[in-house]
Design a protein around this ligand. Structure first.
Ligand code: DC
Length: 224
């Protein structure tokens, strides 16, 4: 199976709707869903759990390398299992979100997670979403999408997700955090967030989820 023919690569900033949409497109195409952000979250959660010095790049790389990570879609939602523990919920806490940059700017951490992502995609037809999926992880993917939306729109969506998860929401703080994460992702030296030259830009600000899913499924069928 060739990765060039079996991958839908979706990149974009936080809150553009990548996860929700990618999951549904995967279901519609009968492909597996790969949430690469969950992997950076899992690696960050593990480093915190083992009280690793977040300013020690080698220790972070070693922790990521040692991590036993399983991602699984179940009827009840996505399972993210780290060293036998289901961490799907705890990797979404603001503490983890705030500290991910310590790992996602670390080239050795990225290499290790990109290796896992490529293996996942080689083993099954996959809809993968993240920040560097079309540019670095699967550069030969035939269907690449860059999902974007205005900062305000992304802030409101993330707020809704947090509310649903029963977590407190401070809109101004959330907006500032999302903006800061955008800047960090776009300006980092290794694998910065950017639209691949051959990716299709889809702005989701004024589209419903159903409309975005339909457009992406159409693009996937056209290109794969
Ligand atoms: O999509 P998300 O918010 O769950 O991603 C969490 C963080 O992981 C995000 O701040 C940037 C980082 N990330 C990355 O550097 N590369 C990816 N392919 C996916 C996520």
């Amino acid at each position: 199976m060739s990765e060039a023919t079996q991958i839908v690569a979706i990149d974009g900033p936080a809150g553009a709707g990548k996860s929700t949409v990618a999951k549904r497109v995967a279901k519609e195409l009968g492909f597996a869903f790969l949430d690469t952000g969950a992997m950076y979250r899992a690696a960050t959660w593990r480093a915190l759990k083992h009280t690793i010095d977040l300013d020690d790049p080698q220790a972070l790389a070693a922790s990521t390398e040692a991590m036993n990570l399983v991602l699984e879609e179940t009827p009840g939602g996505q399972r993210v299992v780290v060293d036998g523990e289901d961490v799907a919920k705890v990797i979404r806490t603001p503490e983890v979100t705030r500290l991910i940059f310590k790992l996602d700017q670390n080239s050795a951490v990225r290499r290790s997670l990109v290796g896992l992502q490529r293996r996942f995609g080689e083993n099954q037809p996959t809809v993968a979403e993240g920040r560097d999926v079309g540019t670095v992880v699967f550069p030969k993917a035939k269907c690449k999408i860059f999902l974007d939306a205005s900062l305000e729109c992304r802030t409101q969506r993330r707020a809704e997700d947090l509310r649903k998860a029963g977590q407190p929401v401070d809109l101004d703080q959330l907006r500032a955090d999302i903006h800061e994460r955008d800047e960090k992702a776009r300006n980092r030296a290794d694998s910065p967030l950017r639209q691949a030259d051959d990716a299709v830009l889809v702005d989701t600000s004024n589209l419903t989820i159903d409309e975005v899913v339909a457009e992406l499924a159409r693009l996937a069928r056209e290109r794969l």
